[in-house]
Write a protein that binds this ligand. Structure first.
Ligand code: DQA
Length: 145
């Protein structure tokens, strides 16, 4: 598969950022483990991170023109606010898995809404960085039927 992994705001600060919620592994380590997993599974993967909503939307749109077959997205706080990102995912119709490193369902009320969820084939929460690899498994399962 040709995959795109998108990370939203503040996820570039993994390792530094609230380790009780997001662990101690850096964003760089996350990229390395995604690359290694995709190599092992025979997938082509690109990773993209931005702190800007519009840049994330541009990345989703570009994925369509680049013929990306699966998207893994951790939209960060835009999960709870971004109708525009939902619309972008709906527009391109690429099978997408939503990932959250922390167990969002056990956190604040304002984290209980995900605008993106309805455009996703699955949501993974609370597995730490491992969640991204499990999201790739979900996309594999989706295509395996
Ligand atoms: C997050 C959860 C969001 O509520 C938060 O704003 C993030 C990270 C997670 O990975 O657990 O930035 O998506």
């Amino acid at each position: 598969m040709k995959l795109l992994v998108i990370n939203g705001p503040n996820l570039n600060l993994l390792g530094l950022r609230e380790p009780a919620h997001y662990g101690t592994q850096s964003y760089q380590k996350l990229l390395e483990s995604i690359q290694a997993y995709c190599l092992q599974r025979g997938h082509l993967v690109e990773c993209f991170q931005s702190n800007h909503e519009g840049a994330l939307i541009d990345a989703v749109q570009k994925a369509y023109f680049d013929k990306v077959e699966g998207v893994v997205i951790n939209p960060g706080a835009y999960t709870h606010t971004s109708i525009a990102l939902l619309d972008a995912l709906k527009a391109v119709g690429i099978p997408t898995v939503e990932v959250h490193i922390s167990k969002v369902e056990e956190r604040e009320d304002f984290r209980q809404v995900s605008y993106l969820r309805e455009a996703c084939i699955a949501t993974i929460t609370g597995l730490g960085q491992e969640g991204y690899l499990r999201a790739i498994d979900q996309l594999e399962a989706y295509y395996a039927g």
